[in-house]
Write a protein that binds this ligand. Structure first.
Ligand code: NAP
Ligand code: F7E
Length: 328
C-alpha cells in the first residue's frame, strides 16, 4: 500500500486529492494545523479514513515529525496562504507560509525521507504581468503580488532541491481552478454564493472589484489528477495545468446570474475595496506538455463548472434556510 502525506488537506485541492488517493488505495496522512473551531467541512466524508497529524508550516520540527511518522512515498505540498488579495495586508505571513513553508517542507523530506516524491503547488500568479500569451513552462515570471512573489520562491527552491539533492521534486504550475469547495473569498465562489443568496432573498447586492480581469478557470477535481500523474513519471519535471481558455470576471457574472434567471447588472456594485493594488490582467495557459507527457485531460468546461457551483450553493443555502428555527 502506497503512503501519501498531504499538507493543506482541509483546503479545496487537498480534499479532492485525498479522495483520489483513497480511491487508488493509498494510505493518506493529512497535516492539519490547530484551529479554534473545526474546519473539516471539505473532508467530512473521508475524515475517518485519514491519518491526522498535527503540524504547521512555520514549525519545522512539526513537519519533520510528520514525515517521520508517515514515512510517505509521496508528499503533496499544498498548504499555503493562498488568497492573493490578503497578501498585501499580510505580506510577511504570506512570505513565511507560501515561500519559506516550501523550504521547511523540503527540508523535512530531505532529512527524514529523501527518496519520497515531492509535489509543489506552484501558480499561474507567478506569470503576473505576462511576458507572452499563452503562458508556457518557459515563460519568464513577473509576479504582481506578495503571493506571486512567494510562489516564485517556492517554485525555484523546489527546482533547486531537485538539482542539488537529486530529489524527485515536481512543480505543478496550476492556473485557477474552482469547485463548490472553493473558499468564499475567491471570485467564483463569492459570485455563486451571492447568486444563491440573492435568488433566495437573503442578499440584495454584490460588491465586486475589477470585472475586466481575465482568468483561465478549470475544475479542481480535474487538476488534482494532474498532481498525481506528475509523481508517477520516470523523471521529475515541471508542468503547466490549464484549460487553454480565458474568461472575464464579467462573463463569470453573466453565466452565474443567468443560471437562476437574473441579470448581474441589477445587483453588482463596483467597490474600490475589492480592486487590487496591482492586478494580473490576463492569464491563459498552454498545457500541451502535460497533455503529451502525462496524458492529462480536462473533463469539465467553464460554463458547466460555474453552473455546478451555482447549483451546489443554491442547495446548500436552501438546506440552511430549512434548518433555521421559524420565528412566531
Ligand atoms: P486553500 O483552499 O486556501 O487551502 C489551503 C490549505 O493550506 C488549507 O488546508 C489551510 O489550512 C492550509 N494552511 C494554510 N496555512 C497553513 C499553515 N501555516 N500550516 C499548515 N497548513 C496551512 O487552497 P487551494 O485552493 O486548495 O490551493 C492549494 C494550493 O495550491 C495552495 O498552495 C495554493 O496557493 C495553490 N494554488 C491554488 C490554485 C487554485 O486556483 N486553487 C492555483 C494555483 C496554485 P486551514 O484549513 O487550517 O486554513
Ligand atoms: O481573483 C478579480 C480579481 O481571488 C480572480 C488563487 O487560487 O488563483 C487564485 O488567485 C480575479 C482577480 O483568484 C473580485 O481582481 C474582481 O483578477 O478568485 P481570485 P486569483 O487572485 O486569480 C491563483 C492561480 C492562485 O494561485 C491563488 O492561490 O477576480 N476580482 N472582483 C475579484 N476577486 C475577488 N476575490 N473578489 C472580488 O470581489
Amino acid at each position: 500500500m502506497k503512503k501519501a502525506l498531504i499538507t493543506g488537506i482541509t483546503g479545496q485541492d487537498g480534499s479532492y486529492l485525498a479522495e483520489l488517493l483513497l480511491e487508488k488505495g493509498y494510505k493518506v496522512y493529512g497535516l492539519r494545523r490547530r484551529t479554534s473551531t473545526p474546519n473539516f467541512e471539505n473532508v467530512e466524508q473521508i475524515k475517518n479514513e485519514i491519518e491526522w497529524i498535527s503540524g504547521d508550516l512555520a514549525d519545522l520540527a512539526s513537519l519533520i515529525e510528520a514525515v517521520r511518522l508517515a514515512q510517505p512515498d509521496e508528499v503533496y505540498h499544498l498548504a499555503a496562504q493562498s488568497f492573493v488579495a490578503d497578501s498585501w495586508p499580510q505580506p510577511l505571513a504570506t512570505g513565511q507560509m507560501t515561500a519559506m513553508g516550501v523550504t521547511n517542507m523540503l527540508e523535512a523530506v530531505r532529512i527524514m525521507k529523501p527518496d519520497a516524491r515531492f509535489y509543489q503547488a506552484s501558480s499561474s500568479e507567478m506569470f503576473g504581468k505576462v511576458a507572452e500569451i499563452p503562458q508556457k513552462e518557459t515563460t519568464p515570471f513577473y509576479p504582481r503580488s506578495p503571493y506571486g512573489v512567494a510562489k516564485v520562491y517556492g517554485h525555484w527552491i523546489t527546482v533547486n532541491y531537485r538539482e542539488s539533492f537529486n530529489m524527485f521534486a515536481c512543480s505543478g504550475i496550476l492556473f485557477n481552478h474552482e469547485s463548490p469547495r472553493r473558499g468564499l473569498d475567491f471570485v467564483t465562489r463569492k459570485v455563486t454564493d451571492a447568486v444563491a443568496r440573492i435568488k433566495l432573498g437573503l442578499q440584495k447586492e454584490l460588491r465586486m472589484g475589477n470585472l475586466d480581469a481575465l482568468r483561465d478557470w478549470g475544475f479542481a477535481g480535474d487538476y488534482v489528477k494532474a498532481m498525481w500523474l506528475m509523481l508517477q513519471q520516470d523523471e521529475p519535471d515541471d508542468y503547466i495545468i490549464a484549460t487553454g481558455e480565458t474568461h472575464s470576471v464579467r462573463e463569470l457574472l453573466e453565466i452565474a446570474f443567468t443560471r437562476v434567471g437574473l441579470h448581474y447588472e441589477d445587483y453588482v456594485i463596483i467597490d474600490p475595496r475589492y480592486v487590487r493594488p496591482a492586478e494580473v490582467d490576463l492569464l491563459l495557459g498552454d498545457c500541451s506538455k502535460a497533455k503529451a507527457k502525462l496524458g492529462w485531460k480536462l473533463e469539465v468546461g467553464f460554463a458547466e463548472l460555474i453552473g455546478r457551483m451555482v447549483d451546489a450553493d443554491l442547495e446548500r443555502v436552501q438546506r440552511q434556510l430549512k434548518s433555521m428555527p421559524t420565528v412566531v
